[in-house]
Design a protein around this ligand. Structure first.
Ligand code: SAM
Length: 474
């Protein structure tokens, strides 16, 4: 048995000693040949709703369960927030080595990551103009480690380093690059592995009609749930879900699963760019969620070229109406249909900026906005100019990328530059494909709107799409 399998076995033994129940119809398998680390696979047929495993709440690696939370004031954790609090606890448990209750769990967690946080600059460059590059947030994370997390470790050094006589030096050394890197690793583990853990007791107030009050600001505590986080995900292949019970968390089958099939969780409908940022892998099954973000500035730049009147007043009004955002999404649909692919806000923004002055004043006086359908000729032209400008931000064309296509190979090193570059290329090909589809459809629409006649009406409806069902108030 390889040491990889040995580590899995020891982890499972630790888990059942901690009170977990694991069905003998599943196995934790070595999926490294598919570059997927470990994964959970059915070894016998499983029925819908069948229990796959049950993990006691006490096995969750969380702030609540760590002894650190008995030693450090609650207010300190409150101040740090769920994310940094869990990083603090994980650092503490990790540096405790074999003395930590979660030592066998740490041994199955990865040490190497393909998430964008760990990419070299020349690897990130391969993502070209993808908006995801600006969302990695490495500098921001470093800043919170230095300004928020390390001061807590320094303040409670004796507790954190369990009365080591060098505790304060060790706390000061947390600023060193290798320790900041360790914090990033813990942060990446949380991003790719942790669950938002629903509390055992539902303390939410129930109103007279029996509805539970939802406080949107109330962030659920994060927790690392052993084994539940060994499930991979692959787009729509989700076939299991974690259910929160009073003293345990149960993973159950959502549908019948055949022996030999992998058991998949649901990481959400993420575009491949975000999947790469948060989870460090991509599969074709996420291509359906790809998206291109058009920055707001790109819209104002295109509008500036049109020399339209009174832009500032209109932008201020649109801001009041919550239409102004940092960016707007264009998504993938085949064929491209404006009403489904272009963000409603972007269409409303363009239509408002193009309104004749008296029409704008009339809508504004009634606190209304134009409908997000039936974009006029000038709007379609403007949108096409924006799409072209966005595509021009990528230094290579879609055709060049497709000509020199490197597939994401499952051979070789997991974190090799070749693998990362191939994944980046897939992301940018997806984004350029969306822009190409949008450009072609808008070109058709512009031509038809330019020479509008009865037959053209059909084409216009095809590309514009049917009127939106749920529209913003007008
Ligand atoms: C919650 S963990 C799942 C367990 C993980 N495979 C392991 O060995 O620790 C999420 C990580 O698993 C990997 N992963 C998940 N689904 C995958 C898939 N379909 N293909 C390849 N890797 C996948 C990615 O590295 C991701 O960051």
């Amino acid at each position: 048995m390889s040491s990889f399998d040995d580590t899995s076995r020891q982890f499972l033994a630790w888990l059942s000693k901690s009170g977990a129940e694991v069905s003998n119809k599943i196995e934790l398998q070595d999926l490294r040949a598919q570059q997927a680390g470990r994964g959970v696979v059915a070894v016998q047929d499983i029925e819908e709703d069948e229990l796959l495993f049950r993990i006691p709440r006490s096995s969750i690696l969380s702030v609540e369960n760590s002894i650190l939370s008995k030693e450090i004031p609650e207010a300190t954790f409150g101040h740090l927030g769920p994310w940094l609090s869990l990083i603090l606890v994980m650092l503490y448990e990790y540096q405790n080595g074999d003395a930590s209750h979660w030592a066998p769990y740490f041994r199955v967690l990865p040490e190497e990551f393909n998430t964008l946080m760990f990419w070299e600059d020349d690897e990130l460059k391969e993502l070209q103009a993808s908006a995801v590059v600006s969302k990695i947030g490495k500098a921001g994370a470093d800043d919170s480690f230095l300004k928020e997390l390390i001061p807590v470790i320094q303040e409670f050094a004796d507790i954190f380093f369990s009365s080591d006589e060098n505790a304060s030096q060790r706390a000061n050394a947390m600023k060193k690059p290798h320790n900041l890197q360790l914090m990033h690793k813990m942060g990446s583990l949380i991003m790719a592995y942790a669950f938002d853990v629903e509390p055992a007791e539902n303390n939410k107030e129930v109103d007279e009609e029996g509805y539970v009050s939802e406080d949107e600001d109330e962030a659920l505590p994060k927790g690392m749930v052993p084994l539940a986080d060994m499930l991979n995900a692959d787009g729509d292949k989700n076939n299991a879900r974690l259910f929160y019970e009073e003293s345990s968390l149960s993973m159950k089958a959502l549908k019948p699963i055949k022996a030999g099939e992998e058991i998949f969780n649901d990481y959400g409908p993420l575009p491949r760019s975000d999947l790469l940022r948060r989870y460090g892998y991509i599969t074709d099954n996420y291509a359906q969620y790809d998206v291109v973000e058009v920055p707001f500035e790109m819209v104002t730049e295109a509008v500036a070229a049109e020399k339209l009147p009174n832009i500032d007043e209109r932008v201020a009004y649109l801001d009041e109406q919550c239409v102004i955002d940092t960016g707007y999404d264009i998504t993938t649909t085949s064929p491209f249909v404006i009403s489904e692919s272009v963000s409603t806000e972007l269409v409303v923004l363009i239509k408002t900026l193009l309104l004749p002055e008296d029409e704008f004043k009339r809508l504004k006086s009634r606190g209304k906005l134009p409908k997000p359908d039936n974009i006029p000729l000038q709007g379609a032209q403007l949108l096409q100019a924006i799409v072209k400008a966005r595509a021009a931000q990528y230094p290579t064309s879609l055709e060049e990328d497709l000509h020199d296509m490197t597939m994401v190979s499952s051979d070789g090193q997991y974190t090799s530059p070749e693998r990362r570059i191939a994944m980046a290329k897939q992301v940018r090909i997806g984004e350029k494909g969306i822009l190409k589809g949008a450009d072609e459809a808008l070109m058709k629409l512009v031509q038809e709107l330019g020479t509008f006649d009865r037959t053209a009406k059909r084409v216009v409806e095809e590309v514009n799409g049917a009127p939106r069902k749920r529209q913003r108030a007008i």
